[in-house]
Design a protein around this ligand. Sequence first.
Ligand code: ADP
Ligand code: MG
Length: 262
Amino acid sequence: MSNESASPARTNGALVHLDDVRKTYHSGEMEVRAVRGVTLEIRQGEFVALMGASGSGKSTLMNILGCLDRPSAGRYLLDRADVSGLDRDQLADIRNSKIGFVFQGFNLLPRTSARENVELPLLYGKHRLSNAQLREKADAVLASVGLQGREDHHPSQLSGGQQQRVAIARALINDPEVLLADEPTGNLDSRTSVEIMGVFQQLNEKGITIIMVTHEPDIAMYTRRNVVMRDGLVQSDRAVAQPFNAKIEAQKLKDIDEPAEM
Ligand code: ADP
Ligand code: MG
């Protein structure tokens, strides 16, 4: 906690607390108001879909949530610490210790095993681990996303769904407070998308907080809360009354493939 300049603030226990957050981009003469005043609280253990049309400000907001960028105005409290005014190095520290990222394009190193891809964030960590400890930790996280036995496979030897599982394991290796995913199923077919939603649901059941950008309404139905953005503002924010269960939906898809004998 020593690198966090701000003192804890009152946030009603929310893990993420955005207070009138704004982001304006300046490019030449142009001024783009990408986020125009977002107030949002996300509690520990939530699974939230961030939705909205292209250009509505989702990625800008995710960059702020992920401490990749700072708001132009407003306040962002993460885990009760004000991170809105931190400098680049301080933001990097917060990112490494509190946030896991999953991207649409997986972003795995090619010609590098699943295990080594997952170990990578640990090499930048503060704790020096032995090779045996690195391996043990990476293999445990790979197993938790269903990749036991694939530790030595390179990305090209894995399916899209398996590659995204490696990326999820890599995001989890530092025990983050929150997992941020920007269109994690954007490159996957619908069956594999359900599989990945199953991984997220399992992680969420274990208490991991997940914030996921998606423009697919049926994918958003696997989460427990849908926040819709429009023109840089929150247009609606609703609990999902009956979230889809990925296990059940995957079985339905299987039954279509292999109908039971009549
Ligand atoms: P979304 O992810 O919902 O598609 P973005 O957050 O990427 O939306 O973009 C919101 C608005 O901000 C868009 O009008 C986009 O063109 C603009 N924008 C995003 N990033 C930048 C940037 N780095 N510089 C200038 N304008 C940007
Ligand atoms: Mg985007």
